[in-house]
Design a protein around this ligand. Sequence first.
Ligand SMILES: Cc1ncc(C[n+]2csc(CCOP(=O)(O)OP(=O)(O)O)c2C)c(N)n1
Length: 390
Amino acid sequence: MIDADDFLTPLRARGFDFFTGVPCSFLTPLINKVVGGATGGGNARLDYVPAASEGEAVAIASGAWLAGRGTVVMFQNSGLGNAVNPLTSLNHPFRIPSLVVTTWRGGPGLKDEPQHEVMGEITPDLLDVIRIPHLPFPTEAQAVTPALTVAQSYMDAENLPFAFIMEKGSVKDDGLDATPLPAPDMGPVTDLFTGDGLPGRMRAMEAVLEVLPDDAGIIATTGKCGRELFTIEDRKQHLYQVGSMGGAAGMGLGAALNVTSPIVVFDGDGAALMKLGSLATIGSMAPTNLIHMVFDNGTYDSTGGQPTTAPAVRFARVAQACGYAAGWEVDSLDGLKQAVTEALKTPGPHLIHMKIAPGSMKELGRPTVSPPEVARRFRDFLAPYRKAAD
Ligand SMILES: Cc1ncc(C[n+]2csc(CCOP(=O)(O)OP(=O)(O)O)c2C)c(N)n1
């Protein structure tokens, strides 16, 4: 058994100082120490983000990496299941490293709850299958540095995640020293719906680009959204998030918390619904520079136009109830430009719910820049805007 600081001090010294995840009772001592030591708020850098799901945590960490942070994602091995999608379809194609600490409920020789039985048996194999090398979490103080050296060497060489598997009782419990997160005031929602004919996604994105300043970073959700943005114009401040459906908002949050420039997420209704919990994380973390746009065509347009449940959902009002500073409901290009312009002038986070028509251009291109290249030029683009360490 080690003290949390036996692990955290050398970890932070190596630059891994941005943490996110979902708790597990095995992780309690480590996560509590991180939560207790987390700084943030206002213009300060934030060190721990409690994610709504493990997959979201992986996306948040990826966004923080884009903003220059060394990241650690911590979760229970049940949540490794939730994280498989972004670990394979975000970290891998974009080659974004992160240290993963997964617990080992249902591990060898452990009498545990029935729900951990299968995942307990397959945890190391699952990591092998998704090509994440791993070591046991160190349980002796002198084993920490060698283990971190192996993990860091791999992440530096391959730009991919590395995992520690933590067994029960690995870290001594010193209790929790943390205050509850504040409940933000409910911001206004401005209804600019006109009921007129809806523009398509591409026209809507063009309208947003007309009013966004050049220092804004844009993260576009998977599917045709990113492909259309690329087709309109390919710029270093665009990140086309192939894969990890629903992860654009989390990635936007991770980036926005660590830079001063505006971060704009182009989300889809289907993708936003897939990780609706991200709205709560964003509202709670309150990044003032985040504009979350949901382009809502009421369909999974990219996969053939099947209906989503979005017609039942007032995204701006959900965001409002989750603590966003303000929301807009728009269905015209003029309303959209007005909402973006106002959102840029006032502290966020903002959610702009833009109703659009389904469909996209016929000869739609695909990004010709490779995902690792897209990630690195986006990271370089954000570098001048990084928040300083405390
Ligand atoms: C986890 C996951 N499930 C399903 C898919 C397949 N898929 C790719 S794009 C897409 C539709 C996305 O819908 P929405 O966010 O509404 O955007 P739109 O296509 O309408 O622009 C789906 C279902 C996927 N890439 N990842």
